[in-house]
Design a protein around this ligand. Structure first.
Ligand code: ZN
Length: 170
């Protein structure tokens, strides 16, 4: 059983290699067992007592490397969607969220970030890099097909302005 996503929904799709996390939206990619952009699933761990738990996204840095963006970017995005503080745990080398959140929630919000910021819509490959254009609009540039898309601000996106500020520093 592989793990894939439809448009913002979880869908289980066929596969033969255990549980796999597809960075894709298109159905033909989600059922393609040779699709290049299949990774380990996100993993979570918990610490703390009831009422004071912390959720660890234990392989956040694995994904940061895959999408070539700091985990702070998706950490802020996910914390905004979970409505909780975010931080980075140096010992465990991963991002954490204050509170107890299920693996499906962590996957769902992480994938929302990937879909908004990393996956190119026409080609459906997670090959986008982020930049600002001449008018300081946040643009994702697809390294695969070369298209530029503007990333639009959504009110529930707590990472957007942070990412803009980070890109302005460059
Ligand atoms: Zn593309």
């Amino acid at each position: 059983m592989s793990f894939g996503f439809g448009d913002n929904n979880f869908e289980f799709v066929g596969g033969d290699d255990g549980r796999t996390f597809y960075f894709a939206v298109r159905q033909d990619h989600l059922i393609d067992s040779d699709f290049r952009y299949r990774y380990h699933e996100p993993r979570v761990d918990y610490s703390g007592k009831n009422g004071n738990k912390t959720t660890f996204f234990t392989n956040s840095e694995y994904f940061a490397e895959k999408i070539r963006l700091p985990s702070e970017y998706f950490g802020k995005y996910m914390a905004g969607r979970l409505s909780c503080p975010y931080s980075f745990d140096k010992d465990k080398n991963c991002i954490t969220f204050k509170g107890e959140y299920s693996l499906p929630d962590i996957k769902n919000y992480f994938f929302e970030f990937v879909k908004n910021y990393v996956i190119c819509q026409p080609c459906d490959y997670p090959e986008c890099t982020l930049r600002l254009d001449d008018r300081k609009n946040l643009i994702k540039h697809c390294e695969s097909c070369g298209l530029n898309h503007q990333v639009n601000f959504k009110s529930n996106d707590k990472a957007f302005q942070f990412i803009e500020r980070e890109l302005k520093k460059k």
